[in-house]
Design a protein around this ligand. Structure first.
Ligand code: GTP
Ligand code: MG
Length: 369
């Protein structure tokens, strides 16, 4: 699986196409294209700031005691490195945030719950600090099948050994599913409450009392209402996290973006297209396995199987005259070509394995914990 351009088989910026893409994204997002470049964070929303100062006793998260914005702007000084777990119920936007923080897609996203099924690391090195973010599956509370038990094990196994926990909820919403996640958070690790999707809250006046009620549920280190889709919020978030990371050497090369291989990302990207292109008729218990992953220089030959639970689901995935499967394949191939910077041949198959998500051994054989 090793290539001359990508010796570790990890996605990193040695890949020219990736670097170009990162530069493009950075330019669009008004961010530095290369890591280690000092950057100034934009000013924060003054109204919100004032509201938060009132709501949570002056603990608005993005200001230092001296009132300055915090940001990892100093490339000199002691090196810092630490791990930051992002946890929360399904669909709150955890993977959207990690992709924005890394500056490249390392974790798939969709409007459907149960999109993320693995622990996925996304790294970003800025100035003297290396941020190691860990995306986790949405914590499952609805069905206790083998797959969901595995997803929850992944979440709980992640939060025991990190420097900082980001507990993500949707701004102005806190339900039973959120409470269940909160009940599992360890008391000895600083935890930030990130209230995401702030852009969807039209009555901004409701935020302060809601944050106050959040403060009564748990002692958080900080409260951060933001939108994972807003560049300035994402930039500001680095400064919020940095102070919780210990002074120590970096764990990864500065240009490494994720711990996952291209082979893993290929399966994930096919699953993302499947989730996005199928309506609610396809249960979430479908998965993708890679049967073949061959590299010839920049070329990739990939064969993958979409595993579903019923014959009826197989028909839906294939679609009339194979149209649906063709579209899933085309969209996945285009994205993989961007990721690898070369040509991709992608063959897709659909297989029925009824009851796999209820069967511990099968769940493990499909690569889940
Ligand atoms: N409006 C808005 N939508 C968002 C924001 N962040 C994420 N989303 C959307 O929320 C949906 C879920 O996003 P994901 O990032 O896949 O959520 P997740 O928490 O990783 O979901 P699971 O992996 O299933 O636990 C997607 O449709 C995103 O586009 C945000 O800040 N604002
Ligand atoms: Mg996710």
């Amino acid at each position: 699986m090793t290539t001359p351009t990508n010796p570790s088989n990890k996605t990193n910026k040695n890949n020219k196409a990736t670097a170009a893409k990162t530069a493009n994204q950075a330019a669009k997002a008004n961010k530095p294209a290369t890591d280690g470049v000092a950057q100034a964070l934009p000013a924060v929303d003054a109204d919100l700031e004032a509201m938060l100062q009132g709501a949570i006793g002056g603990r608005a998260s993005h200001k230092t005691a001296s009132g300055k914005d915090e940001a990892p702007t100093e490339p000199l000084g002691p090196k810092r490195c630490g791990t930051i777990a992002i946890v929360g119920r399904p669909n709150v936007g955890k993977s959207t945030l990690i992709n924005a923080l890394v500056g490249q897609k390392v974790s798939i996203t969709s409007g459907k719950a149960q999109t993320t099924r693995h622990r996925i690391m996304g790294m970003r090195t800025l100035g003297a600090t290396q941020f190691v973010f860990v995306d986790t599956p949405g914590f499952q509370t609805r069905h206790a099948n083998a797959l969901n038990r595995s997803l929850n094990r992944t979440v709980l196994g992640t939060i025991t050994d990190v420097d900082l926990i980001v507990f993500m909820v949707e701004a102005n919403r806190f339900g039973l599913e959120d409470a269940k996640v909160l009940s599992h958070l360890p008391a000895n690790i600083p935890t930030i409450l990130l209230a995401n999707k702030l852009d969807t809250v039209h009555r901004r006046g409701d935020i302060a009392p809601w944050l106050q009620s959040m403060q009564e549920r748990h002692t958080y280190a900080e409260y951060v209402p933001m939108s994972a889709k807003a560049t300035k919020d994402v930039q500001r978030f680095f400064g919020i996290c940095e102070k919780y990371l210990p002074e120590q050497d970096w764990m990864y090369p500065a240009d490494e973006l994720t711990d996952k291989s291209e082979r893993f990302l290929a399966a994930e990207i096919v699953r993302e297209k499947l989730f996005r292109l199928m309506g609610d008729e396809l249960p979430y218990t479908s998965t993708v396995i890679i049967d073949k992953f061959e590299e010839e220089g920049k070329l990739r030959r990939i064969a993958a199987t979409i595993v579903v639970e019923r014959d009826g689901h197989k028909g839906m995935v294939i679609g009339e005259k194979g149209e649906k499967l063709k579209r899933i394949g085309t969209e996945a191939r285009q994205e993989l070509e961007k990721l690898t910077g070369g040509k991709v041949f992608l063959e897709l198959w659909v297989k029925v394995r009824s009851g796999w998500a209820d069967d511990d051994a099968r769940v493990r054989s499909f690569g889940y914990e």
